[in-house]
Design a protein around this ligand. Structure first.
Ligand code: GLC
Length: 406
């Protein structure tokens, strides 16, 4: 049975209502009631983007709740524990602080504000959010780029949002065969290390994990460009100028320093006093299209890989890791999120945006249709098998709502 578009929208609205929580004057949406009962940074942005299509007032509330816990140094934490809720044991993570976590996630805030503005033209809301976005950006260049390279580093795989991606295996110093439990333990050790370092990155870059992650830097780049546009409209010339200047610097740095052996883009990491390229093919490859950084030739090459069954062409969307990678793995699915092959709606959404940006509408439509088929077949799940469409991980997971924006 196929869902009509109206039926799908209805299901998404219903899920979002079920996952909405209110604490005092704030309301926010949890990613999944059994598994993820708090507010997460990039999840909230995905949800605001989704809600910009049917509930703008709530989309704004979502972001207001998110920025209400912004740190003084501008960082927005990746989790806000609004209220105590029992979670499964493996999620009882102490992320270094009491009411929030101590790390961040990809800065999709400007993207979400831009979508809301496109839906209702409320420039006052843009003005309300701009200082938060600007301070968040300034945090990255001040605290996460101590050598002024134009590229910002992440201090834990969880900051990328792709907790278990093989892009971080080497940085975690995990040997060739390890269990997800070991991966998890290594990530938790990092939280401890950084807590001991009081989260001061300067002079601590020899610590284990300093990865200049490609998707993260691409999201930041796009965030700066969106901010420049919004700040221009809001008459905030200084903010617009600052954003453009930093966008220019970062896009040049990505071009110069993040190029893999195969000529495509890649993440890099510190290893002792060396800077290494991370030559592992993941969906990150396509992020320069999302950020508008790729040339048309590069985009063409990327789309070629996306439509090649030896790499990324499967029945249901784009797998998070190329099927030819030794780390490609669809087996390990519970209780940890698997970013080593399964399809996720958040990555599908970013890839679809990149495809449209470069005029690949047919491919973007196909990705949207495949994403809808996943929901029809397996419901709103955290991630999916790219060959069978089987759903895994959390249930009632909100990211599926993004199909409304695809
Ligand atoms: C998992 C995902 C992460 C997400 C979180 C909440 O940890 O890997 O990206 O933010 O769940 O949904």
């Amino acid at each position: 049975m196929s869902m009509t578009n109206g039926g799908l929208e209805h299901k998404i609205k219903h899920l979002y209502q079920q996952n909405r929580r209110t604490v005092g004057k704030y309301s926010y949406t949890i990613p999944s009631s059994k598994t993820y009962p708090y507010q997460w940074l990039w999840d909230s942005c995905f949800m605001a983007i989704t809600m910009s299509h049917f509930d703008i007032a709530q989309a704004k509330q979502e972001l207001r709740a998110l920025v209400s816990k912004q740190f003084e140094n501008g960082m927005i934490p990746h989790i806000i524990y609004w209220q105590h809720t029992d979670v499964p044991d493996h999620l009882k993570i102490a992320w270094g602080k009491r009411q929030t976590s101590s790390i961040t996630q990809p800065p999709l805030l400007a993207e979400a504000v831009g979508k809301i503005y496109a839906a209702d033209g409320d420039i006052k809301f843009v003005r309300e959010m701009l200082p938060h976005i600007h301070n968040f950006h300034r945090f990255f260049y001040r605290d996460r780029d101590p050598r002024k390279s134009g590229l910002i580093g992440i201090i834990n795989p969880d900051e990328s949002g792709e907790d278990t991606s093989p892009r971080f295996d080497q940085a975690l110093e995990l040997g060739p065969s390890w269990t997800l439990a070991e991966n998890y333990a290594a990530r938790m050790e990092l939280v401890e290390d950084w807590r001991e370092a009081r989260f001061v990155v300067r002079q601590r870059m020899d610590l284990k994990h300093w990865v200049r992650d490609l998707p993260f830097n691409c999201v930041l780049l796009e965030s700066l460009n969106i901010t420049a546009r919004l700040a221009g409209l809001a008459g905030e010339g200084h903010v617009a100028e600052w954003a453009l200047e930093h966008a220019e610097k970062t896009s040049q740095a990505i071009r110069e320093k993040m190029v893999a052996d195969d000529g495509l883009f890649c993440s890099t990491m510190n290893w002792g006093d060396k800077e290494l390229k991370i030559n592992i093919r993941t969906w990150a490859l396509f992020m320069p299209m999302y950020a508008g950084l790729a040339t048309h030739d590069e985009a063409n090459q990327m789309v070629g890989m996306m439509s090649d069954p030896d790499f990324f062409a499967t029945s249901y969307g784009v797998p998070t890791v190329s099927v030819d990678e030794p780390s490609f793995d669809l087996e390990n699915t519970w209780p940890w999120p698997n970013w080593r092959g399964p399809v996720w709606m958040g990555s599908n959404w970013m890839i679809a945006k990149g495809l449209r940006r470069y005029g690949y509408d047919e491919q973007a439509d196909q990705l949207r249709d495949q994403s809808i088929q996943l929901i029809e077949k397996s419901g709103f799940r955290e991630f999916y098998n790219p060959f069978s469409g089987e759903g895994y991980g959390a249930e009632g997971f909100t990211w599926g709502g993004l199909v409304l924006d695809m």
